[in-house]
Design a protein around this ligand. Structure first.
Ligand SMILES: Nc1nc2c(ncn2[C@@H]2O[C@H](COP(=O)(O)OP(=O)(O)O)[C@@H](O)[C@H]2O)c(=O)[nH]1
Ligand SMILES: [Mg+2]
Length: 245
C-alpha cells in the first residue's frame, strides 16, 4: 500500500444537492481563506488505463522516486499522496488513485471516480491495443465524473515506456496532437517511469489545467462566503460558465 490518506475531505470540492433540487452548493478548497493566507488545495487525481501500462510504476516514480520491475499486484484501490510547494503561497496535495488490478475488469465504478478533479490515462507505447483502449477509458471517465459546470475534468494522456521502441501513431507528434484535440485531452506526454522521463512535467501540466478550472469556478462564487449556488436554467443546466479545460 502507498501512503494512505485519511484527511482527504477537507478541500476536495464537492457538490451537494440541497432541498431545492435546482440549487447546488459548491464547497471549494480554501474557500474560507482570504487571499493573503497560504492556499492549501487537495486534488483527487485518477490514474487509469489498461493493465500493465505502467500506472503503478508512474505513481511510484512520481511519489516515492523509485522504479522496480517487480511490483506485487494489489487488489482494490491504492492511494498515494504527493505534496507540491506550487509557489510561495500555494501548497498542493495530490491524492493519486491507482486502480490496483481492477482495470482487468474494464469499466470502473462511479465511487472510484467520485470527486476527482483530474486524470491521467496511461497507455504502453509498445502495445497498440493499450492505445486502442484509451478512447474507452476516456468515455468511461467523462460519463462518470464532471466538473460542477458539467464539463469534463482535465485529463492528460501518458504514452508510457518511451524508453522502448514505439508502435503506432505515438511516433508522429502532430497526429498525437490531433488525436488529443479530437478526444478532449488537455495534453499528452511521452513518459518513462523506468528512466524518469516527463513524469514531473506531465503532473505539472495536469495541475496547471486543474488550477485553471479552480480559478474559473472561483470567479463565479461569492468571494465573501465559503459557498455559492449554481442555479439551473430552464433546460436544467447550471448557468455557470463552462470550464474550457
Ligand atoms: N521499460 C519500461 N517498463 C515499464 C515502465 N513502466 C512500467 N514498466 C513495467 O511494466 C510492467 C507493468 O507496470 P505496472 O506499473 O505494474 O503497470 P500497471 O498494471 O498499469 O500498474 C512492470 O513490469 C513495470 O516494471 C517504463 O516506463 N518503461
Ligand atoms: Mg498497477
Amino acid at each position: 500500500m502507498y501512503v494512505c490518506v485519511t484527511r482527504r475531505r477537507r478541500s476536495v470540492r464537492s457538490v451537494n444537492q440541497k432541498g431545492d433540487k435546482h440549487s447546488y452548493t459548491l464547497y471549494l478548497s480554501n474557500a474560507n481563506q482570504n487571499s493573503s493566507k497560504p492556499k492549501d488545495h487537495l486534488y483527487k487525481i485518477l490514474v487509469i488505463g489498461d493493465l500493465g501500462t505502467g500506472k503503478t510504476s508512474i505513481i511510484k516514480r512520481y511519489v516515492h522516486r523509485f522504479f522496480t520491475q517487480h511490483y506485487r499486484a494489489t487488489i482494490g484501490v491504492d492511494f498515494a499522496l504527493k505534496v507540491l510547494n506550487w509557489d510561495d503561497n500555494t501548497l498542493i496535495r495530490l491524492q493519486l488513485w491507482d486502480i490496483a488490478g481492477q482495470e482487468r475488469y474494464g469499466n470502473m465504478t462511479r465511487v472510484y471516480y467520485k470527486e476527482a478533479v483530474g486524470a491521467f490515462i496511461v497507455f504502453d507505447v509498445t502495445r497498440r491495443t493499450t492505445f486502442e483502449s484509451v478512447v474507452n477509458w476516456k468515455s468511461d471517465l467523462d460519463s462518470k465524473v464532471q466538473l460542477p459546470d458539467g464539463s469534463p475534468i482535465p485529463c492528460v494522456l501518458l504514452a508510457n515506456k518511451c524508453d522502448q521502441p514505439a508502435e503506432g501513431i505515438v511516433s508522429n507528434p502532430s497526429k498525437m496532437d490531433e488525436y488529443c484535440q479530437e478526444n478532449g485531452f488537455a495534453a499528452w506526454f511521452k513518459t518513462s517511469a523506468r528512466d524518469n522521463i516527463n513524469i514531473d512535467e506531465a503532473a505539472r501540466g495536469l495541475v496547471e489545467k486543474i488550477l485553471e478550472c479552480d480559478s474559473l469556478i472561483n470567479n463565479e462564487r461569492d468571494k465573501e462566503t465559503d459557498h455559492f449556488s449554481l442555479t439551473k436554467d430552464s433546460n436544467g443546466q447550471p448557468e455557470s460558465r463552462k470550464c474550457s479545460c
